[in-house]
Design a protein around this ligand. Structure first.
Ligand SMILES: Nc1ncnc2c1ncn2[C@@H]1O[C@H](COP(=O)(O)O)[C@@H](OP(=O)(O)O)[C@H]1O
Ligand SMILES: [Mg+2]
Ligand SMILES: [Mg+2]
Ligand SMILES: [Mg+2]
Length: 354
């Protein structure tokens, strides 16, 4: 299989990072800071970014990484740095051969900061660049909702390998989406899924536990004969995606089921395994640029499960122009068979607002 080693390392790296995020999820103190754009970041985000970048650079020392976070706040705040360092030291895979493949423990707190800062690549159209979202859906993570640890390898600007770890999603691929999946989520018995995909090779899911070492189950989007029967998902946060526009689109498509709101790229994983059908992310702000790490992994997983993903105007997402998708607005994902029907209505709704 193409990119077998990359997928293997990415699965193990995400697996290990979720050990850390799960311990923060259930802890009272999440060390939350507010970033310059006033979005939240926690000790879980920093710790997961350190672990994953150190895994990737151990296996592929010449690759670049575009990571969401940087270590400035930790360098300025020694006690916060110490908290993250304790978490990072505690996150270890049970299987020692697997742990060795991703380089074993990080050696020192300074190495940890350097690993976090190795995510400062500007991205681009040439070569091998990983896009990393150490915790996607940080607001969900803080609220007790869904969140995801997301990693993708882009080759010459094209998302080629994608891995998403969702500690709070039901492990069973057959669990259909309803409102309960998105709210009051936990990682108890029967929860935790690891999605993986390689371009041209299909998408899989497996249990997030020690499951990174098992073969994945093939997943695919649900065949949808009648679009009015579709279940669509969208962000919980109304500031991230326009609930009003999404609802207008659903209604024009004849969809009567209420939307399923959930945080993070758990939405991409869910529709890829047929638990829901459509993902609508209609822009709220005219100036916001979607970040490549919020979509790269999800796009490979949905495309390889039989879906199509474009922006809200039907334009292909361009991951090769830097850290953001600045030439795109919004995101729409749907099964190939109904994609043109969906995008036509999305354009009508957006066009009416111009
Ligand atoms: N105005 C905005 N429009 C769209 N997305 C936004 C946004 N502000 C923040 N985001 C992004 O929305 C992501 C979460 O998406 P969702 O709503 O689907 O859970 C955040 O990822 P992080 O949580 O990794 O910061 C953040 O990058
Ligand atoms: Mg963030
Ligand atoms: Mg994100
Ligand atoms: Mg994030």
């Amino acid at each position: 299989m193409a990119y077998e080693k990359e997928l293997d390392i990415a699965l193990l790296a995400v697996q290990r990072a979720t050990l850390l995020t799960k311990s923060v999820y259930t802890s009272h103190s999440k060390g939350t800071l507010s970033k310059s754009d006033s979005s939240p970041v926690t000790i879980g985000d920093f710790g997961a970014q350190a672990l994953i970048i150190s895994s990737i650079l151990h296996a592929f020392p010449n690759d670049e990484v575009v990571g969401e976070e940087d270590a400035d706040d930790l360098r300025a705040n020694p006690s916060l740095k110490e908290l993250v360092w304790e978490l990072v030291q505690a996150a270890k895979l049970d299987d020692s051969a697997a742990e060795d493949k991703i380089g074993g423990p990080i050696k020192s707190a300074e190495d940890m900061l350097e690993a976090i800062d190795a995510g400062r690549s500007d991205g681009g159209r040439k070569g091998r660049i990983w896009a990393l979202d150490p915790i996607d859906g940080t607001k969900g993570f803080l609220r007790g909702g869904q969140y995801a640890v997301c990693l993708a390898l882009m080759v010459d600007g094209v998302p080629t390998v994608g891995v998403i770890g969702c500690p709070n999603l039901p492990v069973d691929d057959k669990t259909l989406l309803d409102a309960s999946v998105g709210i009051d989520a936990d990682d108890k018995e029967g929860k935790g899924v690891l999605f993986g995909a390689v371009k041209g090779e299909g998408s899989t899911s497996r249990p997030l536990g020690p499951g990174a070492l098992l073969d994945g189950n093939k997943i695919s989007m649900k065949p949808l004969e009648d679009i009015s029967q579709a279940t669509f998902c969208e962000s919980v946060e109304a500031g991230h995606s326009s609930h009003g526009d999404n609802a207008a689109i659903a209604s024009k498509l004849g969809i009567t089921k209420p939307s399923v709101r959930m945080d993070s790229q758990a939405k991409y994983g869910s529709i890829a395994r047929g638990a829901g059908d459509l993902y609508l992310r209609l822009p709220v702000s005219k100036t916001y640029e979607e970040k490549i790490w919020d979509h790269a992994a999800g796009v490979v997983i949905v495309e390889e499960a039989g879906g199509e993903v474009t922006d809200a105007w039907g334009k292909p997402l361009d991951f090769g122009i830097g850290r953001t998708l600045k030439e795109n607005k919004g995101v729409v994902a749907a099964p190939k068979a109904v994609f043109s029907q969906v995008i036509k209505v999305v354009k009508e709704v957006l066009g009416a607002k111009q």
